[in-house]
Design a protein around this ligand. Sequence first.
Ligand code: IPE
Ligand code: IPE
Ligand code: MG
Length: 261
Amino acid sequence: MDQKNDKVDLECLGNDEIPRHIAIVMDGNGRWAKKRFLSRTLGHQAGVRMVHKVLERCGQRGVEVVTLFAFSSENWHRPQEEVSALMSLFVSTLEQQTEALHEKGVRLRFIGDRSAFNRKLQSEIVASEQKTRDNTHLTLVIAVNYGGRWDILEATRMIARKVEQGKLSVADLSQETIENQLAFPDLPEPDLFIRTGGEVRISNFLLWQLAYTELYFSDTLWPDFDGNCLDLAIEAYAGRQRRYGRTSVQIAAGAKVPVAL
Ligand code: IPE
Ligand code: IPE
Ligand code: MG
């Protein structure tokens, strides 16, 4: 678990010790607000402010992709006023921040079921993806109305349709066939998963994609999770040995392990 005041020195880490892709469950906004006798909405607003700091640090560290869980398919079950506040915050952040992210070279992508959003929001999402699509500094994937089971179900539907149309045969199905239909087939799988806020669960985030991701859980509430907390997570990642089923002796013998499952 992280100690917020520990300063971390990551300068000595090699490139392969820095995660290429970090996926984050930003949890704890509500508890952060409650501790301060503030509304949950203010907690969510504080959470958005922290996104910028963490993204900046990710960019400095050479992380290529950051995926943020902003709203799960289960979050619709929250009280109506909280859902509305979260949607308004999503719209206003998108409107206010796209330009700034663009200037910083961030490529924006969205994953999740967009059909639940109104037309205007759907077209704003597409516009921000189009505007930023050639940026190369960092890819920011926002998961809104996303669920890992939904992702796998959608992939299954696409594949079944192709089989039905005779474009694909059942005998040719492979893991790659499924991967290619999932949310971000063109991006590397997450190397590091971070969940803030003390809960130790995945909550229907990237179920397929997290198969061999290193998991890191922090007690720090998301609005307090600053650049130093991120560095601590990266330091913990750098200390892990990713074996993909092999032994540590095999890994120590030098074989770079590809994700061939
Ligand atoms: C995470 O913070 C943000 C979203 C789910 C949108 P929470 O709102 O879940 O915060 P806690 O878990 O109640 O503290
Ligand atoms: C997960 O957080 C979803 C997001 C951070 C968007 P929750 O707070 O909704 O997760 P549970 O309900 O505690 O599992
Ligand atoms: Mg929560």
